[in-house]
Write a protein that binds this ligand. Structure first.
Ligand code: PEP
Ligand code: MG
Length: 762
């Protein structure tokens, strides 16, 4: 029943006792790698603490009474438990063991006996230490919450150490960790704490990869700079970069310009940013000996973990310390498709892949039946009523459209190569013509272009996101109840369920069903489409968007002929404005959700599209009350008009439950750039500062009102955008199916970056 163990006493079977982080450090210590000297306060100590202070029953009771769905209760419970833990004294038997180790660690680099300790301790200062949570196996999914919540650097003195220790323990009860455990039915959770000597007087630091992260070559890449590593992460300096072959030869040294560095200010014990002395700005940071020694450590770690590693190191008084190692997660890499010859048409490749097939030009609904398995569907612009035909096609090519157009969105979800915005595919191509589409690059070639199978196949290095628990949820956008077994475990819910596509398979416009009094048929179609998704994702939330079909999109369905002719359907009668004009449609959609709740699928919620005023939200809520929509159904809005983004605070005060940024329409609206118009697609950018500023405002305001902000537009699948939004504080993002892994990795890395930033500054 050890309360405390040294890092080099840890064995691989000690995970429940010391937690994941400590196990890793222990393994490195045993490999003889230079890990800062330290010890672990085990889960036994934590459990004994709970037992002796007699607070375990109180904690159990508080958890038992907590309704995890009620945010306020969750926060209150978390605060009460944390207060309960931090206000107790650590029992003497545990405390004295901790303090002995702390003294030992302060005065010597190795384990020494009590007598020696007493002799050398006189008049000497205690050391600066890092105190870090290390979550255990049962609690691994919440590990990163615990880790992120409670790690303390530069701790010195007994009182501060004890306080930091209790805060680490308390972090086991952060609101999200509690939520997760209640939802998963996990009743037992424990936590260990690592105490390690600070590498505080850092002269140089950096990162090392045992595979080239850019080219994928099997070689070692080291980046280094002066001072603390935070400057590397922030990207504000140009570090040195060294490439080393795996047999130990330095292949390249590229010396960066390092004008700033972060160091510890001894007067205040804080980290400060200062100029680098002139003679060091362009000087080589690591000596050749250090480069080679690091490379050796890297190889050692890669061999031990049997996976390429991403390693952080720091150098203090010429001694290298390995601070952290983790597996390299590679970006999806698409192999260049080699095609020779001249393309006959060019557009924007918006869903990757290649295909060869016969052209079938679709000018009207009657042409849809021409499409046979293996054809290439060529049309001006796809609409939801074409989905059945799209499914048969091996590729899709359109005249109009951009990356956020319907054709692109649906093709990506269906996994069909797609080229949009060719301007004149419907004229340049002929029915029955054999073509090859290269949707990686947006080129169309005449005939069957010689592509070997291997070349044509997309080579993806799968991203291993196991263990990449993120605080920001990574949800998925869906339109069809397909491949759910594969998708559901990977995503933290459905951030946008578009219903337009699932209802077109009936071939009848829903407005016609309502007109004919067949409301029940519409309800049934919806239930059949939503239910499998709700079941697969339960208890994770599924945000069903109420109907958002533009008047031109359903024209080909039976009853579509009654749709009004509009000069600009994109800005016309769709979304909530139409639903309030035809409330029977909305009622049927709410009714479907209500019935699913009655069947126990209480994870299904409603989201209103294209909202511009609080009044619309209120009226929609009134429609919901008319059918007695239960309280368990939450109602959110899409923030996809500049109006909604600007008055988001009013919506928060009115009581929305969720705000998802629809960046496709929002960008269109802010920039006045038609998202379907290929001619001006170069002007369309979600990164325009006006769009970014609105998104930031939405996220900030929602956070102030404790309302979940999210994004479900296409840019929620763009790593650069997602990284920015995570920094703004977005609570969840919703990505396309093929982007979930990549986005989870982005969120994970960004959260670590933020955490590191905070830690280095603390
Ligand atoms: C959006 O506008 O960003 C959105 C997600 O909705 P849609 O693409 O369906 O218009
Ligand atoms: Mg939209």
């Amino acid at each position: 029943m050890a309360y405390v163990v040294w890092l080099d006493q840890i064995h691989s079977d000690m995970l429940p006792l010391v937690g994941g982080k400590a196990l890793h450090l222990g393994e490195m210590t045993i490999l003889d790698l230079p890990v800062p000297f330290g010890f672990v306060v085990t889960t036994n100590a934590f459990e004994k603490f709970l037992e002796i202070t007699n607070i375990h029953n109180k904690i159990k009771e508080l958890l038992h009474q907590c309704d995890a769905e009620n945010t306020q209760q969750l926060l209150d419970t978390s605060n009460s438990i944390k207060e309960l833990i931090t206000s107790q004294d650590i029992p003497m038997q545990i405390k004295s063991e901790i303090l002995d180790r702390y003294r030992n660690l302060s005065y010597s680099n190795q384990v020494i006996n009590q007598e020696a300790l007493r002799l050398i301790s006189a008049g000497r200062e205690l050391a600066l230490v890092a105190v870090r949570s290390s979550a255990t196996a049962e609690d691994l999914p919440t590990a990163s919450f615990a880790g992120q919540q409670a790690s303390f650097l530069n701790i010195k003195g007994i009182k501060d150490l004890v306080d930091a220790m209790k805060k680490c323990w308390a972090s086991l009860y952060e609101p999200r960790a509690i939520f997760y455990r209640i939802k998963q039915g996990v009743t037992h959770a424990s936590i260990a704490v690592v105490v390690q000597r600070m590498v505080s007087n850092v002269e140089k630091s950096g990162v090392m990869f045992t595979v080239n992260p850019v080219t994928g070559s099997d070689e070692i890449v080291i980046e280094a700079t002066w001072g603390l590593g935070e400057m590397l992460v922030s990207g504000s300096i140009q570090p040195d970069s060294y490439r080393v072959s795996k047999d130990g030869a330095i292949l390249e040294k590229s010396i960066g310009k390092k004008e700033r560095r972060k160091i510890r200010d001894y007067a205040t014990d804080r980290t400060v940013e200062v100029s680098v002395p002139k003679d060091l700005v362009n000087a080589q940071v690591l000596t050749e000996e250090e480069i080679l020694r690091l490379a050796k450590y890297g190889l050692h770690l890669e061999k031990f973990y049997k996976k390429a590693q991403d390693i952080e190191f720091a150098i203090e008084r010429n001694k290298i310390y390995i601070v952290q190692t983790r597996p390299v997660t590679t970006e999806a890499k698409v192999e260049e498709v080699k095609i020779t010859g001249k393309p006959i048409l060019k557009g924007l490749g918006s869903s990757p892949g290649t295909a060869t097939g016969k052209v079938k030009i679709i000018n009207s609904i009657s042409d849809l039946s021409k499409i046979e398995e293996g054809d290439i569907l060529v049309t001006k612009m796809t609409s939801p009523d074409m989905v059945v035909a799209m499914n048969k096609a091996v590729a899709i090519i359109t005249d109009q459209g951009g990356a956020t157009s319907h054709a692109s969105i649906v093709s990506r979800e269906l996994g069909i190569p797609c080229i949009v915005g060719t301007q004149d595919a419907t004229k340049a191509l002929k029915d029955g013509q054999l073509i090859t589409a290269d949707a990686y690059h947006g080129f169309v070639y005449s005939g069957e272009v010689a592509l070997s199978k291997a070349e044509a196949t997309e080579i993806i290095t799968p991203i291993d996101t196991t263990g990449m628990t993120t605080v920001t949820q990574v949800k998925v956008n869906l339109a069809f109840p397909e491949n759910l077994e594969e998708i559901a475990p990977k995503a933290d819910g459905v951030g946008l369920l578009r219903i337009e596509h699932m209802i077109t398979s009936s071939g009848i416009h829903p407005a016609k069903l309502i007109k004919e009094g067949r409301n029940e048929d519409y309800v049934k179609i919806l239930i059949d489409g939503i239910r499998p998704i709700a079941e697969a994702f339960k208890p994770k939330s599924v945000w069903v968007r109420t109907l958002d079909a533009r008047s031109d999109e359903f024209r080909n369905l039976e009853g579509g002929e009654d749709e009004p002719e509009e000069s600009n359907p994109m800005l016309g009668w769709h979304g909530i404005r139409r639903s309030l004009d035809e409330p029977e449609l909305l009622k049927a959609e709410f009714e479907a959700i209500k019935r699913l709740h009655e069947k126990g699928l209480t994870n299904v919620h409603a989201m209103l599209p294209f909202v511009i005023s609080v009044d619309e939200f209120r009226k929609a809520r009134d429609v919901a009350s008319e059918i007695n929509l239960p309280d368990t159904v939450r109602i959110g809005i899409m923030v996809e008009t500049p109006a909604a983004a600007l008055i988001i605070e009013d919506f928060c005060k009115e009581g929305i439950d969720f705000a998802s940024i629809g960046s496709n329409d929002l960008t269109q609206g802010v920039l006045e750039v038609d998202r379907n118009n290929a001619r001006i697609s170069s002007l369309y950018s979600e990164f325009h500062p006006a769009v970014l500023r609105l998104m930031k405002n939405v996220i900030k305001t929602c956070n102030e009102h404790n309302i979940e902000s999210s994004i479900c537009g296409e840019s929620g699948s763009n790593p650069e955008m997602v990284s920015q939004l995570v920094k703004y504080g977005i609570r969840s993002v919703s990505a396309n199916i093929d982007a979930i892994d990549k986005i989870r990795q982005t969120v994970y890395t960004t959260e670590r970056e933020i955490l590191k930033h905070t830690l280095w500054q603390s």
